[in-house]
Design a protein around this ligand. Sequence first.
Ligand code: NAD
Length: 275
Amino acid sequence: MGTTSHDYSDDTVIVTGATSGIGREVALRFGEAGATVINADLREVPKEDGLSTPTHEAIEEAGGRAEFVETDVSDADAVAAVVEGAREFGGVDVMVNNAGIYRHASLTETETAAFDQVMAINARGVFAGCRAAARDMLDRGVKGAIVNTASVSSEYAQVGHSMYDASKGAVMMLTRVAAAELAPHGIRVNAVAPGIIETSFGEGNPDIGGEREESFIVDDADLPDLDATTVGSDIPMDRLGTPEDLAGAYLFLAGDDADYVTGHLLYVDGGYHTV
Ligand code: NAD
């Protein structure tokens, strides 16, 4: 069972980007803890399929309740429709805004369209999820929880990261503003900040059309020495993180054990942000 004392068996949990990586593990863990889980992702199976069973099927095979809804989180109306659809299961209790993409380029090489795309998915997608869930929880008078996936990049700059770090900084501030506005209504909003996690992150980025995709690709050789300038040179715990390392943080922040925790950025990074 999960790592929290919270009983999720009456809860409906939406996880964006639950087809692979961190989101998949978070969805599986909420499913294990009894929740009805809705996976809102661009695709049902990862682009580079290393998994035989889609997330919602894996949850069902383990005896849980889950469904997949094809969703592009950069489309705010689509995100609102997922939240609306959750009413079929009693309405959203926990919204996990996790979908995200990674692109890098030096500032001077970054194309406006690339910047806009990263912001549309990573920042506007989280805004859309927070807003839709909050509106629905307020309408229903539900004291729910929202957990966003931020990053060490929310607070620490890295060379070549103008798009990604700007988007993750926005996630952190959206989390704090939403937390302050929604606290009087009993809705808590927090964020998990992963360090370097072993997923296919970056490889599974959405198809964005040949011509545009080409223009987004900037060879590492065009960048200043990335290794020498990334935040910290080592992970103090001396290993990369895994989705399994992350999932418990989401269940904690969404549950009763975190009843007095809101607006918090919880690093799960093996100490990476400390160095
Ligand atoms: P991943 O690529 O395995 O998973 C991302 C998921 O989001 C995929 O299933 C993908 O299909 C989905 N997605 C992408 N664009 C989408 C869109 N427009 N609409 C709906 N779904 C979309 O990567 P991951 O490592 O599991 O990343 C999950 C989150 O964790 C991201 O927000 C990422 O920024 C964050 N993060 C990852 C790391 C890391 O090192 N892996 C570190 C810090 C933060």
